[in-house]
Design a protein around this ligand. Structure first.
Ligand SMILES: Nc1ncnc2c1ncn2[C@@H]1O[C@H](COP(=O)(O)OP(=O)(O)OP(=O)(O)O)[C@@H](O)[C@H]1O
Ligand SMILES: [Mg+2]
Length: 379
């Protein structure tokens, strides 16, 4: 059987005995527990001792009056949340204002009508119960939210440690697999396996580095380490590195670098990885037998302009901005491993390009997909 909560306890404070008795009897008849005080000073003592759920407080009393008593009561433990009803003979605006300034929740004029007294008391107790429940719910929800935030932070920290610790082994696997793939004493099969390892581990490295740099950018630490960069040379070298992969699906990569381009001040590693991510996308999302064209030319003003074009399915207009947000991927049923990545490549590209004061976008007028980015000369 469910336990009944104890009946609410009301403290009645009045220096006038008939008034006290009337209030007491009215409340007792409805099953309330009643405690009494005959002055403001006594009321404070009884409040501390009895911890009532509600206080009926006469305004005019010798010594501490009702307003002053209420103000002190609010400073006691449980004082702020316990409803206080002033009992007053003076029903005028000024008394009402003073009552609410003194922190009263309600006021009743004397002579008090029992039915009215009971209604006010019940209402205030109900409000109080609801506000306690609300407060409890709020506390629970806030704790759950804090726990979630803490967990989320722990998770992010763990991920960033793991990602960081992956970087070195991944790089060394790449290096050793590269050496193996060039070892003339190995059988063709073994060399092929080594080449396969190189390619997969390079994919892994790209993801790891994207994650690391995106994390760095979140912490405001993606600072390009600038030096003179020959961007045409980077384009050619990235295209060459993608050659084996392109050949597997009979794709062609062409690179056109305009002559006489100045070298730019940029972070060679970041720029290379922007190319790698764009080329990875082009190879992945363009069809078998498709063609990929990389162009590097002078842009308007002090910029070089790069285009990475493929004749694949293109990016729908509605997605051309959003595609640069993290974890955004298009549904591409025709592409087997379209979900093999994580939707971080373009997010990284935008961060890296913007860290240089450049920008990246999709050319809306072109056929297929054409990613363009421009980088300032940086001098
Ligand atoms: N050349 C492209 N042609 C068509 N769609 C593309 C092309 N490049 C990117 N997309 C679409 O944009 C999405 C986001 O690309 P992004 O490079 O950010 O992530 P991803 O390639 O899915 O994974 P990740 O690069 O992290 O391995 C892709 O999932 C794909 O749907
Ligand atoms: Mg990608």
């Amino acid at each position: 059987m469910e336990e009944q909560p104890p009946p609410p306890k009301v403290l009645v404070v009045d220096d006038n005995e008939p008034n006290r008795v009337l209030a007491e009897e009215t409340l007792l008849s409805e099953g309330y527990v009643v405690v009494l005080a005959t002055s403001g000073e006594e009321a404070l003592e009884v409040f501390v001792r009895e911890q009532p759920d509600l206080v009926l407080l006469d305004v005019r009393m010798p010594g501490l009056d009702g307003f002053a008593t209420c103000a002190r009561l609010r400073a006691l433990p449980r004082g702020p949340e316990t409803p206080v009803v002033f009992l007053t003979a003076l029903r005028d605006l000024e008394t009402f204002d003073r009552a609410s300034r003194a922190g009263g929740d309600d006021f009743l004029t004397k002579p008090v009508r029992p039915a009215e007294l009971l209604t006010r008391v019940q209402t205030l107790l109900r409000i109080r119960r609801l506000s306690v429940e609300l407060h409890d719910h709020f506390r629970v929800i806030r704790k759950q939210r804090d726990d979630l935030v803490r967990l989320q932070l722990q998770k992010e920290q763990l991920v960033s440690f793991v990602v960081h610790d992956l970087k070195n082994p991944v790089s060394s696997i790449e290096l050793h697999a590269l050496l193996l793939s060039r070892d003339a004493s190995l059988s063709e099969d073994a060399k092929e396996s080594a080449t396969w390892i190189v390619r997969e581990v390079q994919m892994m490295k790209r993801l790891v580095l994207n994650l690391l740099d995106i994390g760095r950018a979140d912490d405001g630490k993606l600072e390009p380490r600038k030096g003179p960069v020959d961007i045409g040379e980077i384009a050619i070298s990235v295209a060459n590195a993608g050659g084996v992969r392109a050949a597997e699906r009979e794709q062609q990569i062409k690179v056109a670098v305009a002559s006489g381009l100045p070298s730019i001040e940029a972070d060679a590693d970041l720029v290379r990885r922007v190319f790698e991510n764009l080329l990875d996308n082009a190879l992945r999302y363009a069809p078998r037998g498709g063609s990929i064209a990389i162009g590097v030319a002078a842009g308007e003003g002090p910029f070089v302009l790069v285009r990475v074009a493929d004749n694949g399915p293109g990016v729908p207009e509605a997605m051309r901005e959003r595609i640069f947000d993290r974890y955004v991927q298009l549904d591409m049923p025709s592409i087997q491993d379209s979900r093999a990545g994580r939707g971080l490549g373009l997010a990284f590209c935008r961060l890296a390009v913007e860290a240089h004061g450049g920008s990246i976008w999709i050319d809306p007028s072109a056929q297929g997909t054409v990613f363009c980015f421009k980088l300032p000369h940086g001098r």
